[in-house]
Design a protein around this ligand. Sequence first.
Ligand SMILES: C[S@@+](CC[C@H](N)C(=O)[O-])C[C@H]1O[C@@H](n2cnc3c(N)ncnc32)[C@H](O)[C@@H]1O
Length: 304
Amino acid sequence: MTLPEVSGSKARGPLAGGPRDLTPREFEVFRGLVHAHSGITLGPEKRPMLYARLARRLRALGIETFTDYHRHLTERDPRGEELRRLVNAVTTNKTDFFREAHHFQYLAEQWVPALRARAARAGVRSARIWSAGCSSGEEPYTIAVTLLEALGGAAGWDVKIIATDLDTDVLAQAQAGIYQDDRVAPVPDPLLSRYFLRGRGQTAGLVKVRDEVQALIMFRRLNFMEEPWPIRGPLDVIFCRNALIYFDRPTQRRILEGFLARLAPDGVLFLGHSESIHGLVEGLTHVGNTIYRRAGAPSAAAAR
Ligand SMILES: C[S@@+](CC[C@H](N)C(=O)[O-])C[C@H]1O[C@@H](n2cnc3c(N)ncnc32)[C@H](O)[C@@H]1O
């Protein structure tokens, strides 16, 4: 196995010799930019975080002041490349394999039996799943491994997982499917040996997701703020966990409506542990801890 290096995290230590502090006015300007291009809402307590992450961009570009950096973004970035890097720099990508494990238990114990029943009844042996805000891939890979286990392999099934994120840096890591071995600590040993390869020699300390798992997943960049989304329904399952918390309520509502419009009649939505649909959308029934099922017929907006 040949493994490239795993790229570094954005959570590095404090910056030495960076630009002077971000003034409240500059903070307003940059947080407005971040909000306009990602929907992410940065409260005043995020000023030190924004300073640290932007200062790294300034240093990479050899720019000394935030005013010049803003000028660079508005006047010297016609293709939006620096804007993309800025947005990548401010996203929070925390994730884990088997994070919020009860979701995968539900998938294996409730959803797969229902899928099998549908296959027996209607002869439909396909499933479409969206991992929205997939970060560096741990979530869609956990979904894939869970399904492979519960279905006894993908043979005879047409299963596709589309995994999307706004941040192109984490998407590249996701696509590579290579992790430091401490990242796979939550993966039970039998699954680790069935679905991952361990590096040796120069790649010792790394693990790689096996091809059969990767084959189920398609990674794409998708920004919730850029509508219409290039994803059509009906989808059987949508995971959107720990992403909605970064948005204000009108944005959360718009995103949830987009999910609802794409969910199949019995489709299931998984949210993160501190997220809820309460007061935001109707038409979903609570079926478990942060698990919702679509009730009734698909909406007119659900395009095939
Ligand atoms: C905290 S991570 C959650 C990862 C995974 N779903 C989990 O729960 O472990 C949130 C992800 O949402 C993504 N995100 C933030 N704003 C987004 C947007 N406007 N469109 C799409 N993804 C976005 C971030 O890049 C980040 O990777």
